[in-house]
Design a protein around this ligand. Sequence first.
Ligand code: HEM
Length: 406
Amino acid sequence: MESTHLPLSLASIMEPAYAANPYALYHCLREKGPIIWDKQLNCWTILGYRAAMSVLHDSHFSAQVFHDDLSEATQSLQDQYAPLLSILSHMMFLQDPPHHTRLRGLVARAFTPRNIEAMRTQIRQSTQQLLEKAHVEKHLDVLHDFAFQVPMKVIVDILGVPHEDSKFFLKWAHDLDALVQEVPLPLAERIPLLQSISECIDYFRRLIHRRQKLPQDNLLQILIRAEEQGDRLNKDELLGTCILLLVAGFLTTSHVISNSLYALLEHPSQMRLLRQHPDLLPQAVTELLRYDSPIHEVARRATCDLHLQGQQIGAGAQVIISLGAANHDPEQFPHPDHLDVLRAENRPLSFGHGIHYCLGASLARMEIEIALETLLQHLHNPVIEEAEWESGRALHGLRKFSLSFD
Ligand code: HEM
């Protein structure tokens, strides 16, 4: 291939050609180095594992990167959505210490190993129930009837949302995902998304109001108490945290379940190995998270001039850390595009690294393990009927995926 045909920017990820396999693009870009200046996106892109670890670990890189620029919108639209943007900017993954430390400390109370373990039986039961209908029909819409449902039930329980309201969550989670991606959509496409997220925020406002009158024992109640105690948590932080848990805990886990099942169907020998040795599941989940994880990019901003692996990063520069590329860096993972559930020394960056390391990682791992174990037990001779990848979104995953089985 001539060098003029090589993709020059991470923005090419929006092209449908890379939807199923963005790793080909990452390898091409990494040929120019582990840290490259992306002219088109006007930011630094980190493609190497070691460089990604350094940035995520370094307090000179700030997580305060959210800016939904509404300057092209009319004044009345700017006024209408300013409170919403303020709430979104209060989500903890967009905050630095000390605000981040305080928010994380509050939410972490709900994610103790004991609390997570207590959810195991419930998750196991609901995953079994989800497959009962599919068993009759010998057909499974993997996304809608299974992968979306497992984490949805968990997040709804954590937040104490009435189960009948969970039907709204899928759209809100998708809309929020589309809104916060690194390559922003045109304004005309962002406005309906902002409207949808406003409805989500109104929903949580009403739920919080109800729970203040009729308390329940769940994470939302812990957060409401912290808000009522005054200086621990303000209203925007409370709402921002509800929204964050919805988006962070739901689509991510759904996509890992479906991406992993797809990967195993594409690698029948690995699937056989897991069926024969279910005890390998925990390490297989690590490998599946590395092989095709849902969050491919996180962003940071340099707070001062910095040197990183031979590059000069100026104060204020935007940095995109490609977790997807880091997880396929051949310097860290031999034969990175190969799925190997027995891979040794496997420490992917799928849950991030440093102070923003995913708070729900243990919970997500438990959900994925149970979901895959249940699928492997129930799906005999599965055959893919339809599979289509979502292109150009912040989350990497399938938008259609169904199969038949015996
Ligand atoms: C943060 C991935 C599931 C809650 C993160 C980050 C990543 C990530 C990469 C770091 C973001 C950054 O550095 O900017 C994932 C993946 C999941 C998953 C791949 C599924 C497999 C969950 C679940 C929950 C959750 C189930 C909770 C119910 C959070 C929270 C943060 C976070 C609260 C922010 C932590 C902080 O800023 O300190 N996640 N996540 N995640 N995740 Fe997850």
